[in-house]
Design a protein around this ligand. Structure first.
Ligand SMILES: O=P(O)(O)OC[C@H]1O[C@](O)(CO)[C@@H](O)[C@@H]1O
Length: 423
């Protein structure tokens, strides 16, 4: 389960968060009745209780069929990449090599990265999962063209075709067409599920299954978050409580929300979260600027600015209750002067760092929302995914924007295509 604490945020507001209850109820109804802006894209809403079991079974079968792979190359960008990457980082044991190794590509246009990836794959037994909802995104398309050629040369056309799995639209787009022509194993991203809301579809599930993640646990977490979000009551619905609090903070002059963690495994979760909220709310010249920080690391770089720079920031701290047990050893000489914390657990020291930082930042007029989760396991990953998705829908609707489109992304693409001479 998770807990949202707003007392160190609410004290900076002129009004109690509970005063938004009426509006929250209206938006809740709007989401449920599918009557708000972008309502065609609410297919993710019931995903935790309507997982495509046929696809999940096919994914598990594929994994069984290719159990000796060294690597699975997952090609995708944005919502077709960040959820899987965030999940793998959230759940990985540091320094433990996974088999197959999950390698991501197509999330940038670095020749350096791609060249070395191709070289690396020369000696690896590998397969490809190419993911693109539109099927036309340049970055994954470029990476896939290179990798398709590589895998065909390595295994021959027929075996290559068996080793390429495509996750895309069910009836449209160039990836769909290519996958159909070549006879690749296909998985569907429904029209009603936007990229950044797609992690609980085959977009996330295929990489998760191949990585050996406990997908049932993950889906149980998402399901519990789904059940907990059935009520609009701010006293019970923690996701709405978070959404309403960040909305009021934005209305009270805060422009930047930092998602803060004290566990490096959460760093990529913040990247997923940034796309979710940034692409959903950053439109019509509105929306909080979303940023992230990994503490205590970034306290030694960004800490100064957060404490003492422009007073436009608030923090949402992701606090993990249970971590590994490891105590700081006693040292006879004590030259590093650490004996005052000898025999203490490192997690205890980390917790005191968190409490001390919160106190300092709140004293420095940086409001804090704290979201506490039990531990870094698949259940909590699944829970947080749905928690933030439903919070994002609530938050964007409170702000008055369509949470589900991203018209602004086209501007750079248009210029790039013009510069590249695309007809
Ligand atoms: O899955 P696709 O269609 O390749 O899109 C990838 C990402 O690119 C965007 O469409 C923006 O261009 C995101 O919304 C999306 O998550």
């Amino acid at each position: 389960m998770i807990k949202v604490q707003i007392k160190d945020a609410e004290r900076f507001l002129d009004q109690k968060v509970s005063t938004l209850q009426g509006r929250v109820e209206d938006v809740h109804d709007m989401i449920r009745n599918k009557s708000g802006l972008g309502n065609d894209f609410l297919g993710w809403l019931d995903l935790p209780v309507s997982i495509n079991q046929e696809e999940l079974a096919r994914i598990k079968k594929l994994k069984e069929q290719y159990k000796d792979l060294d690597c699975l190359v997952v090609i995708g960008i944005g919502g077709s990449y960040l959820g899987a990457k965030a999940g793998l980082e959230f759940l990985k044991t540091p320094f433990k090599k996974s088999k197959p190794e999950i390698i991501f590509a197509g999330h940038h246009l670095s020749a350096n990265y791609l060249k070395h990836l191709l070289k690396y794959l020369n000696k690896k037994n590998y397969a490809i999962n190419v993911i693109s909802k539109s099927g036309t995104t340049t970055e994954p398309a470029v990476a896939f063209r290179l990798l398709k050629q590589h895998i065909e040369e390595k295994y021959g056309i027929d075996e290559a075709r068996r080793r390429i799995f495509a996750t895309t639209d069910k009836a449209r787009g160039s990836l769909y067409q290519l996958a159909k022509n070549e006879g690749y194993e296909r998985f569907v991203i429904e029209d009603t599920v936007g990229g950044r809301f797609s992690v609980l579809t085959s977009v996330g599930l295929l990489p998760f299954v191949f990585a050996g993640i406990d997908v049932d646990g993950l889906l149980n977490g998402a399901k519990d978050a789904y059940m907990d979000a059935q009520t609009p009551d701010l006293k019970k619905n923690q996701a709405y409580l978070y959404a309403a609090t960040r909305y009021l903070l934005s209305q009270s002059g805060k422009d930047v929300e930092y998602l803060v963690n004290y566990e490096p495994r959460l760093t990529f979760f913040a990247e997923w979260w940034k796309q979710l909220f940034g692409e959903s709310e950053g439109k019509n010249h509105l929306g909080l600027l979303v940023a992230s920080a990994s503490f205590t690391t970034d306290l030694h770089s960004l800490g100064q600015q957060i404490q003492d720079g422009k007073r436009i920031i608030f923090e949402t701290v992701l606090n993990v209750k249970k971590t590994d047990k490891l105590t700081i050893p006693w040292d006879q000489n004590n030259l590093d002067q650490l004996n005052y914390i000898a025999d203490k657990e490192i997690s205890y020291v980390n917790e005191q760092a968190m409490l001390g930082t919160k106190e300092a930042h709140v004293d420095g007029l940086v409001p804090n929302i704290v979201i506490t989760i039990g531990k870094l396991d698949s259940y909590h990953f699944g829970y947080l995914v749905y928690f933030f998705e439903i919070a994002c829908a609530m938050s964007a609707y409170l702000l008055g924007v369509n949470p589900f489109d991203q018209p602004g992304v086209e501007a750079y693409k248009k210029n790039m295509f013009r510069l590249l001479g695309k007809k």
